[in-house]
Design a protein around this ligand. Structure first.
Ligand SMILES: [Zn+2]
Ligand SMILES: [Zn+2]
Length: 364
């Protein structure tokens, strides 16, 4: 069935699904039939809107369709079997090595070109290099999360994850491209100085912790308002059609939400806590990594690499399951609004207890 004919039987807009009061999610069936359990992505899933079959159609995944190809190449290939028992804990140092080795690469290239070739990059060149680096790091993070998922399985593993819906393939990939191009462009515009020699401050952990916590404050207010204000919920509802998201569904949203997530919230944080370009860039990679982890559903305790150990004694640290529960059980009324920490959820009383990643179920 092609997209056109499918649209004749499927509602194209999630606002058309369920009651307009939106107090409850559309009728969903969370348990798949047994024959579907070997599928990494749902075939006949929760709501008809989330039907994801396009990756089985070569005409939609071939190189002749660049967007489909991009999405297909970064999707999980293989089976993630349901897992029981204790949840493994991902060492912090491996996450830091992964993030910093990639985040520092474009800074090192710029340093070498300035120091040894006396080339100062004009802003347009910085935009191009850092945008390419940002896209590459995003893709590598998704591939890494896929590999971890094949090894450790998914949370709530008896239910298949949501794939990119047939009816929103194009807009989801465009949303992803929007995310990965707007953020580097924005950082360059507000903080880049072509004559500043690239460097890494020894205060980097402090800056990452403070910047991400401040950013999360603005995100908390914005995200909670999206749930609780009638007018705003309609823009956030699309993102919540995914009950068991995968990393690429971080960009599955309405365009108003894309603009806020990728641009406005970051600007608010920057104006409260301005940073030099290179520190801001590394903060951005940590933020992107944590956002993708939060939508991966990987059954692995990936604490926030920087703020995790600081906030853990106060039970304010963020791990994969927190945002996964926000999707799985949250609709109009929800919880776990933070996406970098649980500081603001704790302070405002909107946390929800972890299930598989409860302290006693961690394999420490
Ligand atoms: Zn939400
Ligand atoms: Zn989400």
């Amino acid at each position: 069935m092609d997209t056109k004919s499918m649209s004749a039987v499927l509602p194209l807009d999630p606002l058309e699904i369920g009651s307009e009061s939106s107090k409850d999610p559309p009728a969903v069936k969370l348990s798949p039939v047994a024959s579907e359990r070997s599928e990494p992505f749902s075939v006949n899933h929760t709501a008809p809107f989330m039907r994801s079959t396009w990756h089985k159609d070569p005409t939609k995944t071939s190189i002749s369709n660049p967007l489909g190809w991009v999405a297909y190449r970064t999707m999980l290939k293989g089976e993630a079997r349901p897992r029981e028992g204790k949840v493994a804990v991902h060492p912090l140092w491996t996450q830091h090595v992964f993030i910093l080795s990639r985040a520092i690469a474009p800074i090192a290239i710029q340093y070498i070109s300035m120091k040894y070739f006396h080339l100062s990059w004009p802003i347009w060149m910085a935009v191009i290099v850092y945008s390419i680096a940002y896209i590459a790091i995003l893709a590598m993070t998704v591939v890494r999360l896929n590999a971890l998922t094949l090894k450790h399985g998914f949370l709530d593993g008896h239910v298949p994850r949501d794939g990119i819906p047939d009816v929103r393939l194009k807009s989801t990939v465009i949303g992803l491209l929007f995310f990965v191009t707007v953020r580097p462009l924005m950082y360059c515009l507000v903080a880049y100085d072509r004559f500043e020699m690239p460097y890494i401050t020894p205060w980097l952990p402090v800056h990452v912790f403070l910047f991400t916590t401040i950013l999360d404050f603005w995100f908390y207010i914005y995200h909670r308002a999206m749930h609780e204000v009638d007018f705003l919920w309609r823009f956030h509802k699309t993102h919540h059609m995914a009950k068991h998201p995968i990393p690429l569904l971080a960009a599955f949203s309405d365009h108003v939400q894309e603009l806020m997530d990728s641009f406005v919230i970051h600007m608010f944080a920057y104006f409260v806590y301005p940073l030099d370009f290179f520190t801001l860039w590394i903060c951005a990679i940590y933020i992107e990594y944590v956002e993708l982890c939060g939508h991966s559903g990987v059954r692995l305790f990936c604490n926030h690499p920087v703020s995790g150990p600081i906030l853990r004694p106060f039970d304010m640290d963020l791990s994969v399951e927190d945002h996964d529960l926000h999707h799985r059980h949250g609709w109009r009324k929800s919880f776990n609004y933070g996406k970098q920490t649980r500081v603001w959820d704790k302070l405002f009383g909107t946390t929800r207890a972890r299930v598989e990643m409860a302290e006693e179920n961690l394999d420490r």
